[in-house]
Each structure stands twice: as C-alpha cells, then as structure tokens.
Write a protein that binds this ligand. Structure first.
Ligand SMILES: Cc1cc2nc3c(=O)[nH]c(=O)nc-3n(C[C@H](O)[C@H](O)[C@H](O)COP(=O)(O)O)c2cc1C
Length: 437
C-alpha cells in the first residue's frame, strides 16, 4: 500500500457521510438482527447494494469505534419486548462513517430500527463517553455486560437514574433540536414531559426535607412532657398536648416515609420518574415513527422504492398504531401518578394543619399558666420556628404538585384527557385516583 492510498483511506475514515436533517431511514431485521429490508435512504447512506444488505447481519455497518456495551444494553432491552434508543456510529461500505440516533422496536418476528441525524448538545457528551467506554473495554478487558454496567454507572454520575432515563432525555432533545432545525414549531407534549421531570425531582427534594425536619424535632414532645411534669398538677394539659403532638407528628413521618420508600422498596417518586421517562421516550419516538411511516408511504406512491416495499409500509403503519396505543397508556399512568402525588400532598397538608392546631393549643395553655410556664417558652418557640419552616416547604410542595398537574394535563392527547377527566367518569384506570384532579 503506497503512502497516497493510506492517506486517502485515512481521509475516508475521518469523513462523515452527509445526510439531510429531514431524512429518516430504517431497516427491518429478523430476531437475530439479520437485515430483511430497509428504505432507499439506508441503502444510499450505507453505500451497500441491496443484495449486500439483505440477508447480512446488521453488524455489516458496525464501526470499530462503537463500544460493545451499548449493543449489550440494546439487545438486553429489545429482547424483553420493549423499544430501545441509542446513539450509534456506523461504517459505510467505503470506510466512511455516519452517526445516528436509532430507535429499535420489537415487531412480530424481528425488529425495526428507525434512525435520525443527531444534533442535540448531549451528543457531544456521548461521543466522549463512547470513546472512554471503548478504552475501558480494551484496557481493562471488560465483557459487554461489564462495559454496559460501566456505561450505566457513568450515566448515573451525569444525573440519569438509569440508561432508560438517559435515552428518553436524549431522544426528546434530538426531537426538539430536529424540530428547530426543520423550522417546525415545538412539540408541546415533549416540552411538558421534559419539564415535568424536574418538578417531580423538586417535590422529592422537598419531601425529604420535610422528613428530615420531622426527624430533627422528634425530641420536642418529650422535652415538653418533662417540663410539664415539673409543673404538676397544673402541667397536666401540657402533658396531654405533648402526647398528642408526638402521636400526630409520628403520623406525618409515617405518611412521608411510606411515600418516600414505597413500602420499603424504591421511592415512589423514583417510579413516577421512571414512568415519565417512558412517556417522554414514547411521545418523541411516536412522532418519529409516524413521520418515517408517512415518508415510506409517499416513497411507495412516487415510485422511489423498489418492489415489495408495500410490506414495509404495512409494518411501519402497525408499528405507529402500537406506539400510539402504548403512548396513550403510559401517559394515562403518568396522569394517575401525578394525581396520587397531588392527593398525597393534600393529605399531608391536612395532617400538618392538625398538628399546627395542637401547637396553638400548647401556646394557649402556656398563656393560661402565666409566669409558671417560663420554662416552656424555649420549647414552644422552637415548635413555632419548626412550623414556619414546614409550612413553607409544604407550600412549595403544593405549588409543585399543581405545576405537575398542569404539565401532565397538557401532555395528554385530548381524547385520553377527556376519558380520564372526572366529568367523564374516568373510564381508563382507577376512577378514584383521577377523581381528585
Ligand atoms: C433492528 C436492528 C438494527 C441494528 N442496527 C445496527 C446498526 O445500525 N449498527 C450496528 O453496528 N449494529 C446494529 N445492530 C446491532 C447488531 O445486530 C450487532 O449487535 C452489533 O453490530 C454488534 O455486533 P457484534 O456484537 O457482533 O460486534 C442492530 C440490531 C437490530 C436488531
């Protein structure tokens, strides 16, 4: 090989293949990942002829820069029957490369992968993370499963609960960046769901803050009782009040504890976030699936595809139907989750109002005791400060729960929203759970 050949080969390897923002391409495989069909855009970009693609394993376009861990994550997920999304760098027949964000969905007898051009900011981070993952695989001899675990840990470090949270966020960002680049308006549903996640996180933060505040004042009722016992017999009512306060504040911590630990398992708010991630992914993916399906239908009509393409149009059409159905179901479950969250916040407020009235009783009783109650003053002052703090936090939780409700309502397709609204009897899901919204 002469120097000139090597140089042109190097140039090719570092050259990416251009494709337009509005071009979506897809391929269909069997259950093992052997290519069965695809659209003309796929053939053109990959540079392979149909007879080289059809019947070949999809790794025919595998690029050596891709970490094995990513394929492990993808296959593990799609083999359980759920869609998966990932950034993938592919190699063309002539040695160039192209990056895509791929959405791989299980279909009867195999899978369909729909790809779009990545342009969101997060993509830059991904390129760096893939390079690090590849080095770790090479240097530390990681297996695909070990590398997958390492990738998930890295994503956790970047603030994503798991791979699904990352891929949902990345897909939503890609879809929004694509809408912007194509001069389309913002998709309201994607935007609302993206904004809902931080709201849920903020509620969780405030619930934890409340829980810790209650833990910190655990000692107050017993201090009150000790002081009251010194005032006997006049301190009797204070003893009773402190006993009530203790019982009721335990009820509040139980309520908060149950909410935060989901019966000793993971946090309920974590599972709500998980369902929002799922909804975000499904909403963004649905729009892409619909677009690729419409483009395929147009290509079939205009003669831009080869014979036998009708089957692909049918496959994509039923995939769109499946996506719409699942998206509506997932959104309905997010709707119920947020309703439950809001109801729980209201219950909490009621409990705290009850607790506050005990505090007021305590103040009144101390006033009645007059100068004898001086030793109670520091304890009651502490209780006053505590109530100001928890009232503020609770107020924030109530506002955030309202924001959550507004966002989820705006993210719902109108038809589902109508079915779930109390006026219509809440036909989907648990009527009581949605009734309070
Ligand atoms: C529908 C579908 C599409 C796929 N698309 C790609 C792709 O574009 N590029 C790629 O390298 N692998 C793709 N794969 C994964 C490959 O099957 C394979 O797992 C991967 O190339 C790694 O191959 P290896 O584990 O043999 O190295 C796809 C799999 C499926 C099911």
């Amino acid at each position: 090989m002469n120097i000139q050949t090597t140089a042109s080969e190097f140039a090719r390897k570092t050259e990416d293949v251009a494709f337009a923002m509005d071009e979506l391409f897809f391929s269909r495989t069997d259950e093992r990942g052997v290519i069965a069909a695809g659209n003309a855009v796929f053939r053109r970009i990959s540079g392979f002829d149909w007879d080289e693609l059809v019947g070949a394993p999809h790794k025919v376009v595998r690029h050596s820069d891709m970490p094995k861990g990513i394929f492990h994550i993808l296959w593990t997920r799609i083999q359980t029957g759920v869609p998966a999304g990932a950034y993938v760098k592919n190699r063309t027949k002539d040695g160039r490369y192209y990056w895509v964000y791929a959405i791989i969905s299980p279909i009867p007898g195999g899978y369909v992968s729909v790809r779009l051009k990545p342009t969101a900011q997060v993509f830059e981070t991904v390129v760096a993370e893939y390079a690090a993952a590849l080095s770790a695989e090479r240097d530390e001899g990681l297996t695909p499963a070990q590398s997958a675990q390492r990738i998930c840990e890295r994503l956790h470090g970047l603030g994503f609960a798991n791979y699904e949270a990352f891929s949902a966020s990345a897909l939503a960002q890609e879809a929004m960046a694509r809408d912007g680049a194509l001069g389309r308006g913002e998709d309201g549903r994607t935007r609302c769901l993206s904004r809902l996640l931080p709201v849920i996180k903020a509620i969780e933060g405030n619930q934890i803050k409340l829980f810790q505040a209650f833990e910190a004042i655990r000692g107050i009722p017993s201090n009150m009782r000790i002081v009251a016992s010194r005032l006997e017999p006049a301190g009797g009512p204070i003893s009773a009040i402190s006993q009530n306060y203790r019982l009721m504040s335990n009820e509040v911590t139980d309520h908060l504890g149950a909410f935060l630990s989901d019966g000793g398992k993971r946090s309920l708010l974590d599972s709500i976030s998980g369902r929002i991630d799922q909804a975000l992914f499904m909403v963004a993916a649905s729009r892409i699936q619909r677009e690729v399906s419409e483009a395929a239908r147009e290509a079939l009509v205009s003669g831009g595809e080869r014979g036998g393409f009708e089957q692909e149009v049918d496959v994509l059409t039923s995939l769109v139907d499946g996506y719409s159905k699942t998206t509506a179901e997932v959104l309905a479950s997010v709707f119920r989750d947020v309703a439950q969250l809001r109801r729980s916040a209201k219950d909490l407020k009621q409990l705290v109002t009850g607790l506050d009235s005990i505090r007021v009783l305590c103040r009144v009783e101390a006033g009645r005791l007059g100068a004898n109650s001086a030793s109670l003053t520091p304890v009651i002052n502490q209780l006053d400060r505590f109530h100001v703090e928890i009232d503020n936090t609770l107020e924030k939780i109530m506002e955030q729960a309202e924001d959550g409700k507004d966002l989820v309502e705006r993210a719902m397709p109108r038809a589902v929203n109508r079915t779930l609204s109390p006026k219509h009897g809440g036909a989907i899901g648990h009527p009581r759970a949605v009734g309070i919204l």
